[in-house]
Design a protein around this ligand. Structure first.
Ligand SMILES: Nc1ncnc2c1ncn2[C@@H]1O[C@H](COP(=O)(O)OP(=O)(O)O)[C@@H](O)[C@H]1O
Ligand SMILES: N[C@@H](CCC(=O)OP(=O)(O)O)C(=O)O
Length: 378
């Protein structure tokens, strides 16, 4: 697909999520790059002035906290990271608030953890909160709540967070601003022959190899986490652009259709909100292995999963939990909300729907997972 055909879609963007990485917000000292921060704020404020709705996902709390606390290296232990984030988030938000206020805009701090997105109720609460802020023309400034986010409840990187937020607010576009011009055939800091890829329609295993390895001194995941974000965004049906945050007017130029970085082309139709949550927000509680017939029915015919196609159950889960669906080849082909517990599915596996009541003594549903609660091709 030609980039040109995307120009119109970008120009019609009404709601967008912009993520700014540490690399484009901090100096090599770890202190905030105020000039750069000012440039980003001015662009975002101007876009909001045009009536567009914009959510800013910002990194930089740990970096800013390091600068303040005099840490020379990225904190390694969780308590040090938490301390740096607690100090830095205040500094970061103070600067955003001050700069946005100069342009007459109100901001709101929104700090999220993985748990806020994994729990369906909390996910919906977060969605309502963001929708209300946008309704009041407030610019939400989102970051991970690093101060309380110990390993088990961490997302760990803001690229993934930004993609999930784009899904949460049903954005038309996700833009990741970083310190390179986009996604290259190799790390451009290391390989002078690396070439910029302007358009990516499919994330192949080869492409994932190219992205391996950490990013800049203060950044978290390098291109690896950006590709992961692209996968999520493409699956949601939301186009994503990786662009250079240092380029003059970068956000606006991309919205004009002048794609200055790498554009990731999404699936054609947007994924329904609940299916987005099933695929990427929720915590996976177990797995159901299916036979070839069931895999085909799910993947090719958009059917529900019936007990007859179930071969094996893994883990302990309850009705309402989200589980992976695994093909005979061992590939995760879908995720979905189960109607029965792991124990009950184990009892009815391989059986016909008409046998469920006899085997279990009750029958609440025909399907193990209804297709409305199933997201395919993760
Ligand atoms: N294939 C690639 N294309 C572009 N950059 C890459 C690639 N592989 C690794 N990188 C590195 O990723 C870095 C950006 O990631 P990171 O530092 O995490 O940024 P941010 O703080 O903006 O999230 C770049 O400085 C670059 O060195
Ligand atoms: N939440 C962290 C940033 C984590 C992160 O993903 O950083 P980056 O790779 O620079 O976007 C912080 O505010 O420092």
């Amino acid at each position: 697909m030609a980039v040109q055909s995307y120009v119109k879609r970008l120009q019609q963007t009404n709601r967008l999520v912009v993520k700014v990485g540490t690399s484009s917000l901090t100096h090599s000292t770890g202190k905030l790059n105020l000039f750069q921060l000012e440039k980003i704020v001015r662009q975002v404020a101007d876009i909001a002035n045009q009536g567009k709705e914009i959510v800013l996902v910002t990194s930089g709390a740990v970096g800013a906290g390091m600068g303040k606390l005099g840490f020379r290296e990225k904190p390694r232990t969780i308590p040090d990271k938490q301390a740096a984030a607690a100090v830095g988030q205040g500094i970061l938000l103070h600067m955003y608030e001050k700069l946005f206020a100069e342009y007459g805009h109100t901001v709101a701090q929104v700090l999220l953890t993985r748990e806020d997105l994994a729990d369906r109720k909390r996910y919906l609460n977060a969605r309502n909160a963001l929708a209300t802020l946008l309704h009041y023309r407030v610019i939400p400034i989102v970051n991970e709540n690093d101060t309380i986010a110990v390993e088990e409840i961490r997302l760990g990187d803001n690229d993934t967070l930004a993609a999930l937020v784009a899904g949460l607010v049903d954005a038309d576009l996700l833009m990741l601003l970083t310190d390179t011009d986009g996604f290259y055939t190799a790390d451009p800091q290391k390989d002078p022959d690396a070439k910029l890829l302007t358009i990516i329609e499919d994330i192949s295993a080869d492409l994932e190899k190219v992205a391996e390895g950490a990013g800049s001194t203060f950044g978290t995941g390098g291109m690896e986490t950006k590709l992961h974000a692209a996968k999520i965004s493409m699956n949601f049906g939301i186009p994503m652009i990786i662009a250079n945050g240092f380029k003059e007017g970068v956000i606006w130029r991309n919205l004009q259709g002048e794609i200055t970085g790498t554009l990731f082309i999404p699936r054609e139709t947007k994924l329904h909100s609940k299916k987005r949550w099933i695929a990427y927000g929720s915590d996976i509680q177990g797995a159901i292995h299916v036979d070839a017939g069931a895999a085909h029915a799910i993947l090719e015919a958009g059917k529900s999963l019936l007990p007859i196609g179930v071969v094996r159950v893994e883990g302990n889960f309850e009705p309402g939990n989200v589980v992976s669906v695994i093909s005979p080849e061992g590939v995760e082909i879908a995720r979905g909300i189960v109607n029965y517990s792991s124990q009950d599915i184990d009892k009815i596996k391989g059986r016909r729907t008409s046998e469920i009541a006899e085997v279990l003594g009750h029958k609440d549903y025909d399907e193990v997972i209804h297709r409305n609660n199933l997201t395919v091709k993760i």
